[in-house]
Design a protein around this ligand. Structure first.
Ligand code: TYD
Length: 209
């Protein structure tokens, strides 16, 4: 069966992921391959509704287990409805956040049991793993200041110490799974970062202009 390429972009809040996802999607599209750009939580009708619940600052009473299960619920719908069919068509799927966000935020940031989060991730991803995951890395204080300059959503309202734990969790993942998870220095000019990202994908999608 033809199988596409599944790439995920990760990082703490304010690391510049959305900008870079746009640049990368354009570079992959320019090769003529079908490119499907997604972001989590979201990407389907149901997942967007779950996203609104998750990010609403009015839901301050949400307990960590509820939060974990909502991220996984959103992911399961996106995986089966959009990601798996796109990969079967041979597309390149570029997803802004996937299950490593749950590891970094719910196990790292929120300090939920790691084993529990990993099992939940298996369920939410329906067993589908990215081929390559790029962690855009910045000092937490720099990202946090950027992310909250225009106000904070429910997750950003957790504060800087939370973001430090998120970053540390991402760096642990990269050590554990060096083949899949690569850390990309997200400091410096936008185009420099974009070029580092393309370099970290060349073995999978070929040289990108
Ligand atoms: P979003 O506005 O999309 O942030 P960003 O542009 O930084 O991706 O909000 C998503 C928030 O949800 C972000 O703070 C990270 C958090 N998150 C989790 O805590 N767990 C998860 O599994 C995912 C996918 C996101």
């Amino acid at each position: 069966m033809a199988r596409g390429v599944f790439i995920t972009l990760e990082g703490a809040d304010g690391c510049g992921k959305s900008t870079q996802a746009g640049l990368l999607a354009a570079a992959i599209e320019a090769t003529g391959r079908e490119t499907v750009r997604l972001r989590e939580p979201g990407g389907t009708k149901i997942s967007e509704k779950v996203r609104a619940i998750l990010l609403d600052p009015a839901n301050a009473e949400m307990v960590p287990e509820c939060e974990l299960l909502l991220y996984e619920a959103s992911r399961a719908q996106l995986t089966r409805e959009v990601i798996a069919p796109a990969l079967e068509r041979g597309a390149v799927v570029l997803c802004d956040r996937y299950y490593d966000s749950t590891y970094a935020y719910q196990a790292g940031g929120r300090e939920l049991d790691e084993g529990l989060v990993r099992r939940a991730n298996e369920l939410g991803s329906c067993g589908l793993s990215p081929d390559r995951t790029l962690v855009l890395d910045l000092p937490a204080s720099v990202g946090y200041a950027r992310a909250t300059a225009g106000g904070a959503d429910r997750m950003e309202a957790e504060g800087l110490a939370f973001q430090e734990r998120v970053r540390a969790a991402y760096l642990r993942l990269a050590e554990e799974e060096p083949g899949r998870v690569r850390v990309v220095d997200a400091s410096g000019e936008r185009d420099e970062v974009a070029s580092r990202i393309r370099g970290a994908l060349a073995d999978l999608v070929g040289e990108l202009a």
